[in-house]
Design a protein around this ligand. Structure first.
Ligand code: IPM
Ligand code: MN
Length: 354
């Protein structure tokens, strides 16, 4: 039976980068003799335009049935009126909740070929290899929201179970890496963070005492990511802190366009998406960096299709294409010629031998 992959291109640069991700996925499947069935569906602003809602029933049904979901990006100025009753981003949040993908893995790596694209000095970037595990289906994103004309609230809540299950994923991944976990919270101010910290301390003392545990406050973490990025191995944190810290950390790798993500549920079925948004300022120009999407395809092969060698091969191909000089505008020095989205995809396919 074919493995079913739902492809949700979304808005802005979503369709452009998704097209390259799909080409690489199909080429990789052909190389390895995998039987995949790709089915497209609408999400976000594109779905609002077509049927008035950002996560239509048809898309929900497909994503429930699929073995994995590949997603481009959602959102854009057309749908961002703060008074609007439906928003593209809600479609993505509903999708994450519907799939129950509570653990969002965001690897941040540096390669010498891209040191110059980062605002940080090369000496700080050497050896950076961080795996951020962001809790994805709880916290302030999903708490009660209330709005009156001149007053609003967003509630942040976490249960012990929600905290424990994401910590376990982080700990287990750390056992396959450098055996260090940094848990990030704001326990000096937030009650949810005090719970987070006590659950962490207890869990690591009882079940993961073979791992080094570091706990730091989120404001300090924002600083340490710039002052000592190579010291981190697995960094685990709640939903919104993880959102903010991964945009910051993406600049270590040279560009936000480089970062992939894998969001896994209890059955390790997954949602795979680059961490960047829909980038309306460059949408439709064919210049977006597809590497975050292509690296997300690698994560899909690694985690859902259990093809680690193929995933390694795609990651190698991306970095080889960049090292050989193919770079989209976000990775290029000012005034130099840069590659289009399609040319970047072509270069990766060439490195793959596809
Ligand atoms: C991300 C994005 C989303 C988030 C938005 C589009 C809802 O910023 O995946 O990081 O905040 O989670
Ligand atoms: Mn984000």
């Amino acid at each position: 039976m074919a493995t079913l992959i739902a492809v949700l291109a979304g808005d802005g640069i979503g369709p452009e980068v998704t097209a390259e991700g799909v080409r690489v996925l199909e080429a990789a499947a052909a190389l390895a003799g995998l039987n995949l069935e790709l089915r497209e569906a609408l999400i976000g602003g594109a779905a609002i335009d077509a049927c008035g809602e950002p996560f239509p029933g048809e898309t929900r049904a497909l994503c429930r049935e699929a073995d994995a979901v590949l997603l481009g990006a959602v959102g854009g100025p057309k749908w961002s009126d703060p008074e609007a009753s439906v928003r593209p981003e809600q479609g993505l949040l509903d999708l994450r909740a519907a799939m129950g993908v509570f653990a969002n893995l965001r690897p941040v790596k540096t390669v010498p070929a891209l040191y110059a694209a980062s605002p940080l000095r090369a000496e700080l970037l050497e050896g950076v290899d961080i795996l951020v595990v962001r809790e994805l289906t709880g916290g302030i994103y999903f708490g009660r929201k209330h709005r009156e004309v001149d007053w609003a609230e967003d509630v942040c809540s976490y249960s012990k179970e929600e905290i424990e299950r994401v910590l376990r994923i982080a700990a287990e991944l750390a056992r396959e890496r450098r055996r260090k976990v940094t848990s990030v919270d704001k326990a000096n101010v937030l009650e949810t963070s005090r719970l987070w910290r006590s659950v962490t301390d207890r869990l690591f003392a009882s079940e993961y005492d073979d791992l080094e545990l570091e706990t730091i406050l989120v404001d300090a973490a924002a600083m340490h990511l710039l002052s000592r990025p190579a010291d981190f191995d697995v960094l685990v944190t709640e939903n919104m802190f993880g959102d903010i810290l991964t945009d910051e950390a993406s600049m270590l790798s040279g560009s936000m366009g480089m970062l992939p993500s894998a969001s896994l549920n209890a059955e390790r079925r997954g949602l795979f998406e680059p961490i960047h948004g829909s980038a309306p300022d460059i949408a439709g120009q064919g210049i977006a960096n597809p590497c975050g999407m292509i690296l997300s395809v690698a994560l899909l092969l690694r985690y859902t299709l259990k093809q680690p060698a193929l995933a390694d091969e795609i990651e190698r191909a991306v970095y080889a294409a960049i090292a050989a000089g193919t770079r989209t505008r976000d990775l290029s020095a000012a005034g130099t010629q840069s590659a289009s989205t399609r040319q970047m995809g072509d270069a990766v396919l060439e490195q793959l031998g596809a």
